[in-house]
Design a protein around this ligand. Structure first.
Ligand code: UT7
Length: 323
């Protein structure tokens, strides 16, 4: 028997305020047409003043618990992928722990920027497979609206706020790729590219800072690395892109999503796309897309999913999971 980390619940939360592209036309030299055609983004959600990343994360976690028919104390560990934690410390995950009334487990944040959810899933899988946890709440949540330069039209129109959560549970499988659960993971980073996408402030600089990005360069790396990491993750368990029911990509740019699908040889009818409604929500984008895909009836129990993401670091990765 093989211990597997199987998804038993999923949920998401988006703040109420929806900002269409046209809003940016009032303050920036930009157009709805440019944003839509270059990125695929039509609108995004922004958190209300005072609404924090852990507020969004807790709501997504509650939704995942509800789907699983469980309560906070049924969870052994909470891993929150975020680059926009409420405070310098403690972790936003501990705030979620308190909000969902978990008094028995342990909670911590993971920071791998837009690739954060793939890193969090991989770490949650390791905790479950090694027997250190039976149920892990894996969350991606961000309030990127707090770290945008509203005068930089090349970045501020691209990002949004939101949260998604997947609840994993240890279950016995037979050790084949027919098992439900996480089947393989592939994680990478290369700090040589740290200047392509970063925030120009931080704790030890004593400022919050704002996001800076060499968009074209990040685009080039994304197109090169995303299909590669998805192929590697599939390869590790002897699967190919033909076996995949759904690609669930990081939602940064529809042109990157289409190009990666093309490289994988997967038609767009097998790709979950939410970028038009959410914008780039960094670590939240994959669990948001999974949750929307499940809610829409696209992703069904037993489907083979491959998720892939890249972001600041650069850090990138992929996870193969049978839903
Ligand atoms: O989630 C982390 C990973 N991040 C990503 O994957 C993002 C990767 N990069 C991208 O998605 C794209 O590079 C962008 C959407 C950021 C930009 O698209 P692009 O096709 O690479 O445009 P560009 O940066 O080459 O800019 C083309 C032109 C420039 O004007 P000139 O120099 O040709 O006159 C920009 O100044 O578009 C201009 N531009 C804009 N024009 C209107 C840049 N931003 C805007 C804007 N509105 N908002």
């Amino acid at each position: 028997m093989t211990r597997r980390a199987v998804a038993i619940g999923v949920g998401h939360y988006l703040p109420d305020r929806i900002v269409p592209n046209a809003e940016f036309e009032k303050t920036l030299d930009t157009t709805d047409e440019w944003i839509t055609s270059r990125s695929g983004i039509e609108r995004r959600h922004f958190a209300a003043p005072g609404q924090t990343t852990s507020d969004l994360a807790a709501r997504a976690a509650m939704a995942a618990l509800k789907m699983a028919g469980l309560t906070g104390n049924d969870v052994d560990a909470i891993i929150l992928a975020t680059s926009t934690a409420d405070l310098t410390f403690p972790s936003a995950a501990t705030m979620v722990q308190h909000a969902i009334a978990n008094t028995k487990g342990y909670a911590f944040d993971i920071q791998a920027v837009c690739a954060g959810f793939t890193f969090a899933l991989s770490n949650a899988n390791a905790l479950i497979v090694s027997g250190q946890a039976n149920r892990v709440m894996v969350i991606g949540a961000e309030t990127f609206s707090r770290i945008l330069d509203w005068t930089d039209r090349g970045t501020c129109v691209l990002f949004g706020d939101g949260a998604g959560a997947v609840l994993l549970e240890a279950q016995d499988g037979n050790g084949t790729t027919d098992d439900r659960g996480i089947l393989s993971t592939d994680l990478n980073s290369d700090g040589a590219y740290r200047d392509l996408l970063y925030v120009d402030g931080g704790i030890s600089k004593q400022t919050t800072g704002v996001l800076r990005m060499e968009g074209q360069e990040v685009f080039r790396h994304a197109v090169e690395k995303l299909a590669e990491t998805a192929h590697t993750a599939l390869d590790k368990v002897g699967l190919t892109a033909d076996d995949v029911d759904w690609v669930v990509p990081h939602q940064a740019n529809i042109r990157i999503i289409k190009s990666t699908a093309r490289k994988l040889g997967v038609g767009m009818d097998r790709v979950i796309v939410t970028v038009q409604d959410h914008g780039n929500t960094s670590a939240a984008s994959i669990p948001l897309a999974i949750s929307v895909g499940v809610q829409n009836g696209q992703i069904k129990k037993g489907d083979l999913l491959v998720t892939e993401a890249i972001g600041g670091g650069l850090a990138w990765g992929a996870v193969v999971i049978r839903w």
